[in-house]
Design a protein around this ligand. Sequence first.
Ligand code: GDP
Ligand code: MG
Length: 429
Amino acid sequence: MMRDVKEKPKRAIVAAVQLPEVSDIEFESSLTELHQLAKTLGFDVTGRFAQKRAKFDQTAYFGTGKREELRILAEDADLILVDHEISPSQARNLEKEAGCEVMDRTMVILEIFHRHARSRAARAQVEIARLGYMAPRMREAAKLAGPQGRGRSGVGGRGASESRTELDRRKIRDRISELEKELSAMGAERKTQRARRQERPGLARVALVGYTNAGKSTLMRALTGSEALVADKLFATLDTTVRALHPESVPRVLVSDTVGFIKNLPHGLVASFKSTLDEALEASLLLHVVDASDPGFERQLAVTDEVLAEIGAKDVPRILVFNKIDRGGDEAALRARYPDCIVISARREGGIAALRGAILAFFRRDLVEADLYLPWSAQQLRGEIFLNCQVLEERAGNDGAFFRVRGERSAVQRLREQLGPAPRRRPVC
Ligand SMILES: Nc1nc2c(ncn2[C@@H]2O[C@H](COP(=O)(O)OP(=O)(O)O)[C@@H](O)[C@H]2O)c(=O)[nH]1
Ligand SMILES: [Mg+2]
């Protein structure tokens, strides 16, 4: 059964005003990041739009003449994404003139966090950030609507009065403090859960972390062959951000993607961003993906390490993966400086195989090799062997089959107990 009918992606234009103190490089890199974030939300970015200006236009962010240009460019678009946080009146005026919906940078990021927040704590954290973003906007929206409520704001709504908004604002404040209380109660509970999980490692899990645009999702797709897995019943219930390594391996490894660090992260979103890194805490191995061709990669690498330490993931083993080496970067220097790193390109033959090899080597370091004997009378256990172990060799004997397997010590032990002792190996005629 098809799980979801593919909707036509929304077409978006990324747009920004460049202020005099912002260098061309900074400006371009921020706009490229917004483009990337838009892709993360599944938007099809069809245009880029920029204006140099001494300051943002009070009325509609862009200057008057530019708004007309934008209107023409936006004729085929569903959305305009603005690379700054703008006020509701600026957004509304821009929407009116450009004739399509406007989202600002903060809203784009909040939407991404909202989609990625999985745990209860992460959801609460993202909701706090969302409410914090909305609260000041409601007052402004109410003012715009005026006492007669002529506005068409989606927030205040028709007939919204300021006192009504005051009430809503109080509700928001109450909700925020309620969520904060819940969060601190959850803190203690989560710690014990995590400790328990680490005692009982269970599934082999890998999480991809690193800055946005480093290539995490590309590597995720390549490692897990996501398309091939749509029909795989076993994993059909897994989230889009969690997939099994494909082709399947022993042990079975689950890979998860994370939101990714954002260079230009609005201050109010820091806490909710960290909460979306929960995946990293669940993992037994982190792949820290770095864009080797980005001149600023060292700083990004340091920030990622710091944040991982702050959220308590300092001791999770990790592999440093320098990606995009086809675009630039000095492979020899990287290897010298970071001895255990892997240097690859998702675009080059061998890159993905090298990464897969490193992941499996990590999870197989604790595996043992053993002989098992499966009597013909216990054939129903054959599936168990293949599910839990890598079968290195299989030979038929007189009363059953001999297996040479590699698997986790506990899994092999359990199978041995189920199967009973193996008879002495006899050559088969
Ligand atoms: N040249 C080059 N581009 C890559 C490589 N890996 C990923 N990309 C591109 O980099 C962009 C960001 O990749 P994505 O996987 O979405 O990054 P994420 O934000 O970390 O998930 C996409 O346009 C990819 O096609 C690579 O090894 N070389
Ligand atoms: Mg991604």
